[in-house]
Write a protein that binds this ligand. Structure first.
Ligand SMILES: NC(=O)c1ccc[n+]([C@@H]2O[C@H](COP(=O)([O-])OP(=O)(O)OC[C@H]3O[C@@H](n4cnc5c(N)ncnc54)[C@H](OP(=O)(O)O)[C@@H]3O)[C@@H](O)[C@H]2O)c1
Length: 214
């Protein structure tokens, strides 16, 4: 699969890029800065002896079948607005958690109820949005030897998009579940501040979630 990681120079994006490239996918890291993306792509590629491409976010999306949005919430709407035309016909996996620093351990939902619902409203039906991966630690993803102790809840209003996204997400080394329509992103995105609270109260641990009885 040809995967674009918008914001792929960052913590979560670079870690996903690494794992997907290791799994044999064609990965294109996007950035606001082509040179930074190329440097990140070269560094990650050398780590696993695979070729990873780097360039602008536009170039990454244009080369992709599936795009992953991995930028902080304050950059969410503007990044999507700039990429709207390029994203037409692609599946977008949106991992954004609408955090409001410094109160990142407190649920703070945006005006559109969730980042993913806002993404779908910006992009329209030509780009189905799948919300996922809000609870998986970048540190754990980046460590290729780490067995990730966290399940992924993915939701979308487009079942065909989920059928594309779920197998890809599982190739990161996690179990992933269809968690229903995109309105459920409100609950899924809301859980991350709770996990961040637990990380602090458990003194630096990096907790995840498990679905039991499945
Ligand atoms: N970190 C985690 O453990 C984790 C876990 C689950 C979900 N998430 C979610 O994943 C997303 C990315 O998290 P992260 O920790 O990887 O973030 P990050 O490292 O702080 O940023 C990711 C990338 O976003 C781009 N970016 C930053 N500010 C921007 C702006 N104002 N406009 C456009 N692009 C901007 C940057 O790329 P360029 O400067 O190269 O353009 C940056 O490398 C967030 O929405 C977060 O809630 C994170």
């Amino acid at each position: 699969m040809r995967i674009a990681v918008v914001g792929g120079t960052g913590k979560e994006g670079s870690a996903m890029a690494l794992r997907w490239a290791r799994a044999g996918h064609s990965v294109f890291i996007g950035s606001r800065d082509e040179i930074r993306a190329q440097a990140t792509a070269a560094e990650l590629g050398s780590q696993i002896q695979r070729s990873i491409q780097g360039g602008s976010n536009q170039q990454a999306v244009a080369a992709s079948e599936v795009a992953v949005l991995s930028v902080p919430y304050p950059a969410h709407a503007s990044t999507l607005g700039a990429l709207k035309d390029a994203l037409t016909g692609r599946v977008l996996i949106d991992i954004t958690v609408p955090l409001k620093p410094p109160k990142v351990t407190c649920v703070s939902l945006p005006a559109g109820h969730s980042a993913a619902l806002e993404a779908q409203a910006i992009l329209g039906p030509a780009t189905p949005v799948v919300a996922a991966l809000h609870h998986v630690s970048a540190v754990h993803l980046r460590d290729l030897d780490h067995a990730i102790d966290c399940d992924v809840l993915a939701c979308s209003d487009d079942k065909a998009a989920l059928e594309v996204a779920l197998p890809l997400i599982r190739e990161l080394g996690v179990r992933a579940f269809d968690a229903g329509p995109l309105c459920n992103a409100v609950a899924i995105e809301s859980l991350t501040p709770v996990l961040l609270y637990l990380n602090r109260s458990l003194k630096g641990k990096s907790v995840g979630i498990r679905i039991t009885g499945a």
